[in-house]
Design a protein around this ligand. Structure first.
Ligand code: ATP
Ligand code: MG
Length: 567
């Protein structure tokens, strides 16, 4: 392709409404344009990247035994009523009516459609297992469609659904997908980690997320420095790790603490370490209030709390509600004498001389001993894991890093097949519900995540496997016949060898062409200038390296074939 024929409107400046680097660079490289909030148009270069990602994903899905299908975007309400999700999905679902006032939605996901399909077509255990997938636009009316392709309202997803006769079968399908996903992210050339993920209150079954590591990622991942343990911080288990506590505890005593509210205030005012303070947080779970206790130097993990309580709605009580429930302001609440259920994090029971709110205005209790002065209704793992924690599986220490969730695999079991009464006949002619799994990759999010991980101040650095073109040839002066002649010749030769090449034949200064080549992230740039040609050389610059090299004209083709993996 020649750049004079290519639509790639690059921008010199960051567009104003862009926050994350991938959004800025995708816009500046002329790869996407915003059509509406969270809704994007892909221009030719961007679309080429998407097609590359799709192709890698498709090949690995097919290799794992997946069969590609095309499911509808417009889905009737009846299917979602069967699963109970028409109500549950809430405002994230794009809903519409047809001319007869019948309800439809734009598919945010396809469990319902696929379960109905398989239920209609597959009746015997002999036809299982079945792995069906598609690559298609999904629609979710996200609350905050920020960050460009990272969180769109219309975005591209590969979703595969597995149907098995039993849990053992599901285990095999799940593993196939686990390995296929690992192969995909390897081939995409991205630094990633597979982590144990939260599978929600209904949980029990397992779930893994595939995270592309990037400092800008929304998720925090912890991993062991010695074993393979890695988990999303929402899920990461913590082990009881006692800090040194005083050996004895005097009788509890009320002290006046006027104006003291936060943990930091208490630390300063009473001169105690954060780890000796019990934070008391009031939460409302499905309308019932709970006091949640956690050591002062720790953070509560709301996902763990929500799962423990199997709550469908959970929120922290606002100031006025806390006052109504406990009779005092937030900073003075404590577990002693509190008449609502009290849940303590595991670490709280190891505290021996603690400070907490006294349930009296402007006062705290000191010398508090859990078990003597109060007894929690339950002691459970409720805190957020952090770097430095002991690994729950070995002697190692946890490290923390940030990541972007690009893939999610999930054992569904019979959740949907039961709800929709979808079944087959087993060997004994007995009706059984399919045992299902679902497996998603955010194709368009992968495109953004790759940029978050691989860029520099000049632009994108695409991995070779998903670059829109692998090579860009830049003749310094397009009017120079010798330069253009050489450029055209190399262009033809590389194309014939199956390399994807861009020839920058624009009448621009060399500096402009170099800037654009860097911005759009083409892995290899070959520059043809007057001086080098005379010496029988051309310049090759690898996008991921700082320095360029001079290469003999005669060996440039071979070198490129090697670097692009064509040889
Ligand atoms: P998130 O927690 O980021 O909202 P999710 O749990 O809703 O993700 P899934 O329903 O598991 O996501 O979807 C599978 C994959 O689709 C995710 O791993 C992610 O890569 C991608 N994805 C989900 N929502 C979006 C979105 N709004 N824009 C782009 N990609 C998305
Ligand atoms: Mg979501």
């Amino acid at each position: 392709m020649k750049t004079t024929q290519l639509l790639f409107p690059t921008l010199r400046e960051d567009p104003s409404d862009t926050e994350v680097i991938s959004h800025k660079l995708l816009m500046r490289a002329g790869m996407i344009r915003k059509t509406a909030g969270g809704v994007y148009t892909y221009l030719p270069l961007g679309f080429r990247v998407l097609k590359k990602i799709n192709q890698i994903v498709r090949e690995e899905m097919d290799r794992a035994g997946g069969q590609e299908v095309g499911l509808p975007i417009v889905q009737p309400r009846e299917l979602w009523d069967q699963s109970g999700r028409w109500q549950l999905y809430g405002d994230e679902m794009f809903r519409l009516k047809d001319r007869h006032q019948r309800d439809f939605c734009l598919g945010p996901t396809h469990e319902e459609v696929i379960t109905a399909l398989v239920d209609g077509e597959v009746h015997s255990y002999r036809d299982l297992p079945l792995l069906l997938y598609q690559i298609q636009d999904k629609f979710r009316d996200e609350i905050r469609p920020r960050f460009g392709l990272m969180r769109g309202r219309e975005f591209i997803m590969k979703d595969l659904y597995s149907f098995d006769v039993d849990e053992d079968g599901l285990e095999i399908s799940y593993r196939k997908m686990y390995f296929a996903y690992s192969a995909i992210f390897e081939r995409l050339g991205l630094d990633f980690r597979v982590v144990e993920a939260d599978s929600g209150a209904i949980g029990g079954s397992s779930s893994h997320e595939f995270m592309v590591l990037a400092g800008s990622g929304e998720s925090v991942v912890v991993y062991c420095d010695q074993c393979h343990y890695a988990a999303n911080v929402e899920k990461a288990e913590t082990v009881f790790n006692p800090v040194e506590q005083p050996p004895e505890c005097a009788r509890a005593e009320v002290v006046l603490t006027p104006g003291i509210k936060s943990v930091k205030d208490v630390v300063d005012f009473l001169d105690v370490a954060e780890a000796r303070i019990i934070k008391t947080l009031i939460y409302i779970a499905d309308e019932e209030p709970f006091a949640v206790l956690i050591r002062g130097d720790r953070e509560l993990n709301e996902v763990k709390l929500k799962n423990y309580l199997s709550a469908s709605e959970l929120f922290m009580a606002p100031e006025d509600m806390v006052k109504e429930i406990t009779g005092v302001a937030i900073g003075s609440v404590g577990p002693v004498g509190l008449n609502i259920k009290v849940l303590a994090d595991l670490e709280v029971q190891g505290m021996t001389d603690a400070v907490c709110g006294a349930n009296r205005p402007e006062s705290h209790l000191i010398h508090v001993l859990p078990g003597r002065d109060f007894t929690p209704d339950a002691c459970v793992d409720l805190r957020e894991a952090t770097a430095g924690d002991p690994c729950p599986h070995c002697q190692g220490e946890l490290q923390a890093t940030r990541g972007i969730e690009v893939g999610h695999i999930f054992k569904l079991g019979t959740k949907y097949s039961k709800a929709m009464d979808a079944w087959f006949l087993d060997e004994d002619g007995i009706k059984r519900h399919y045992v299902m799994g679902c497996y998603g990759i955010g194709i368009s999010r992968v495109m953004a995540a790759a940029i978050e991980q691989k860029h520099d101040e000049n632009g994108i650095i695409w991995p070779m496997s998903i670059a829109p073109f692998q090579v860009i040839i830049v003749p310094v002066n397009r009017r120079d016949e010798e330069q253009m002649g050489f450029a055209e010749h190399l262009y033809e030769e590389l194309q014939d060898a199956g390399v994807e090449v861009l020839l920058d034949d624009r009448e621009e200064r060399a500096g402009v062409k170099f800037k654009d080549a860097d911005l759009i992230g083409i892995p290899l740039r070959v520059t043809i200038g007057p001086k080098s040609l005379k010496q029988g050389k051309v310049e090759i610059k690898k996008r991921w390296e700082a320095e360029s090299e001079m290469i003999d004209q005669t060996s440039i083709k071979e070198l490129i074939l090697t670097l692009t993996g064509k040889k």
